[in-house]
Each structure stands twice: as structure tokens, then as C-alpha cells.
Design a protein around this ligand. Structure first.
Ligand code: UDP
Length: 247
């Protein structure tokens, strides 16, 4: 097996990946599919930290629109990510991948508290570290948590696995003329109208610290495995590229 290009990655998995065919919540079969994708790169020897979202259960912004105090709603969203983290841990262990869950909110009965050096040590020992509760503070999302953790854990790249096969100039679900970018500068990712990648705060942090972001569809062929091999998958966002559409 050829050596993977990236030795240590931060994989951001949206809560939507855990929902399967349901409208809401966790489908154990979907969790197993996510786990099998992760296993496909684990067996290559890649060190993996996973930041899991919570949008399949609860999003703070939606809660606050329904009248819940925004910070309270965000803490509820963070708790949703802990549920997903436990479901993903269960699924990963079922397929034989050792894991640890670390939470940015203290919850000692179900997860270790996030300790940066311990998370790095787990990865060095061949454990997948699942990072729950994002940053542990409200008013941001797990994308910001993923960027922060990717930087502090010295990951080579942040991979955002989504339902869509990369970043488009318009919403591809609404506009059939939408075009996918092969490469995108952070400047364009932040400023181009119609381009939605992740929070501006998260993008700015990656840009300032020169951390490349790959965005691709999780459940499509061997995308994740090809991404860690450095193949041309989805959209690659970096300060070192020029913005180009895919063929
Ligand atoms: N959240 C937060 N701080 C964080 C991470 C998450 O307040 O550092 C809350 C926020 O309300 C968010 C929810 O947790 O909407 C679930 O996370 P997210 O929306 O990022 O999940 P995803 O869209 O990735 O499934």
C-alpha cells in the first residue's frame, strides 16, 4: 500500500452523515457507514481526529429562532454533538477501530475532557480521537471547532466531508448551472457571493495559519481514502492555489 500523503488529518463530519434515510436523529446503519469510511483510512496508518457536528439533532441558531436563548440553544447543540460522538465511537469499535472521545464540555461519565497533548498521544498510539462539543463555547459551530482543533493538533489538512461533492459557485441543489471549484483561494471562499463552505471565522483561521481545507462527498466511492492519498477530490481550498473550476 502506497504511503498516504497526509500523516495526520482532522476530519469534520456533519451531523447529517449520521441521519441515514431518517429526517432526524441517528441511524445506526449510517453511523456504521461513516465508521467504515474512517476505517478505510485508519488501516493506511493515518492519524485521525474527527470533529462531529450535531445538526441531525439540534442546531443552536434554529433553537434561538424558536425562542430559546441563543447561548442556551448553542449548548444544547453541543450536547447533540456528544450524542453523535458516542454513536460514532460505538460504530467505530464495532468495525474494530480503537477510539477515544474527548469533549470540550466536561462530561466525565461518558467522555474524557479535551486535553490537547493527550489527544495527540492517542493518535500516536493509533486511536481515532473523536472530538465532541466543538469549541465548548456558544455562538460558533463545529466548523470553527474543527479548524481550531486541526491547528492545535498539528494536522496536515482539514477534511470537511459533506453531502455535496465539493464547493460550488451557487447552491447545486437549487441551480443546475452551478459549477464546482477544483481549487479555491481562501480569499474567494470568503468573499464570493453564492459560495458557501463554512463559517467565515473558520475560513479566516485556516487562511491565517495556512491550513488547507479539502471539501468532498463522504459517501461516494473511496473519496476519503483518495483524499488522504492527495488525489484530486472535491475542492481544495488553500492560499497556495489559484481559483479554478473543475473540468
Ligand atoms: N455549537 C456551539 N459551539 C461549538 C460547536 C457547536 O455552540 O463550538 C452548537 C451550535 O449551536 C451548532 C450545534 O452545536 O449549531 C451543532 O453543531 P453544527 O451546527 O456545527 O453541526 P453540523 O452542521 O456540523 O451537523
Amino acid at each position: 500500500m502506497a504511503a498516504p500523503r497526509f500523516k495526520r488529518i482532522l476530519l469534520k463530519v456533519g451531523g447529517e452523515s449520521m441521519v441515514g434515510d431518517r429526517e432526524y436523529g441517528i441511524d445506526p446503519q449510517a453511523a456504521l457507514e461513516v465508521a467504515n469510511q474512517i476505517k478505510s483510512i485508519y488501516v493506511k496508518g493515518v492519524q485521525i481526529a474527527v470533529v462531529i457536528g450535531g445538526g441531525n439533532i439540534f442546531r443552536g441558531l434554529a433553537g434561538s429562532k424558536n425562542g430559546i436563548d441563543r447561548a442556551t440553544a448553542d449548548y444544547m447543540g453541543m450536547l447533540a454533538t456528544v450524542m453523535n460522538a458516542l454513536a460514532l465511537q460505538d460504530a467505530l469499535e464495532k468495525v474494530g477501530v480503537p477510539t477515544r472521545v474527548q469533549s470540550a464540555l466536561q462530561m466525565p461519565a461518558v467522555a474524557e475532557s479535551f486535553v490537547r497533548r493527550r489527544a495527540m498521544r492517542h493518535m500516536e498510539k493509533g486511536r481515532v480521537v473523536i472530538l465532541a462539543a466543538g469549541t465548548g463555547v456558544p455562538y460558533v459551530t463545529t466548523d470553527t471547532g474543527a479548524s481550531l482543533h486541526a491547528l492545535e493538533l498539528h494536522c496536515d489538512v482539514m477534511m470537511k466531508a459533506t453531502k455535496v461533492n465539493g464547493i460550488y459557485d451557487q447552491d447545486p441543489n437549487k441551480n443546475k448551472d452551478a459549477r464546482r471549484f477544483k481549487t479555491l483561494t481562501f480569499k474567494d471562499a470568503i468573499s464570493m457571493p453564492g459560495v458557501e463552505v463554512m463559517d467565515t471565522a473558520a475560513l479566516a483561521m485556516c487562511s491565517e495559519n495556512d491550513l488547507a481545507v479539502m471539501v468532498f462527498k463522504l459517501f461516494e466511492g473511496n473519496n476519503l481514502s483518495q483524499a488522504v492519498d492527495g488525489q484530486d477530490i472535491g475542492t481544495y481550498v488553500s492560499n497556495q492555489v489559484t481559483t479554478q473550476f473543475a473540468e
